[in-house]
Design a protein around this ligand. Sequence first.
Ligand code: OGA
Ligand code: MN
Length: 295
Amino acid sequence: MSINIRPLHPVLGGEVDGVDLRQPLSVEQVAAIEAGMDKYAVLVFHGQDITDEQQQAFSRNFGSLERPDSVSNITRDEDRRLGPDMADISNLDRNNRLFGGNDRQRLFNLGNMLWHSDSSFRAVPAKYSLLSGRIVPETGGNTEFAGMRAAYDALDDAMKATVEDLVCQHSLLYSRGSLGFDELSEQEKAGFRPARQRLVRTHPVTGRKSLYLSAHAGAILGWPTPEARILLRDLNEDATRRDFVYSHKWRQFDLVMWDNRQVMHRARRYNDTTDVRDMRRTTIAGESQTVEQAA
Ligand code: OGA
Ligand code: MN
């Protein structure tokens, strides 16, 4: 069966049929999915009841896996529920019990409800993320995606010139700080040291420019902080207008894959202290620093 992709939204997103992610893929199938990612930036695969190992094997078709670590989370090794290559996006502790309302890990995880791009706080940020919905709540908990190519294209010429060569500092200290989550140990703070990212990036395959925004961005090199924050807020507001956003309502065993170089995403609220949402992410490492990229 050949891969078929149906557009889901005018600016991004495609729904893929004709592939079983439990099986090894052919070179042609991998190429068709990569081409779909370049075109749609977000791909949805329904009905994929996969194990963590199958998710990892499928993910490795697209590059090497980025491991969650002390640069990306506050989870201690002994508290991890999943293996070292899986990012735990659930509301469950290592015993598969729901986090309590004041659990520190729960409060940290709420940061996923801010618009962001995965691991923009790493010097070499992520390429793709692949999120598998093993148990999904009946109400709430959509994942939304905003198209950053469309956001760039919509800027007027003066703003394109302003942002062209700007470099931002990204850190979990900024995204979590914006929610008032700032009780971090010295060791955690050291892991969350800011990384530099260009504000405008060019896609290596399509050559299209996109705005590289994220809740982790909290400073612009050479700019006073309030001026930087106001510009970033304005850009975020315009970039996430409703007509640039696809909202994904999860069905059990959906796998959604996105290109962090071309979209921002966020989780929406749900009853996370009563309803299980078991989501597991594999992340494909990027290939280079954005600051190495020519303007
Ligand atoms: C992620 C993420 C959003 C969600 O997996 O990186 O931000 O809806 N997920 O769980
Ligand atoms: Mn994320």
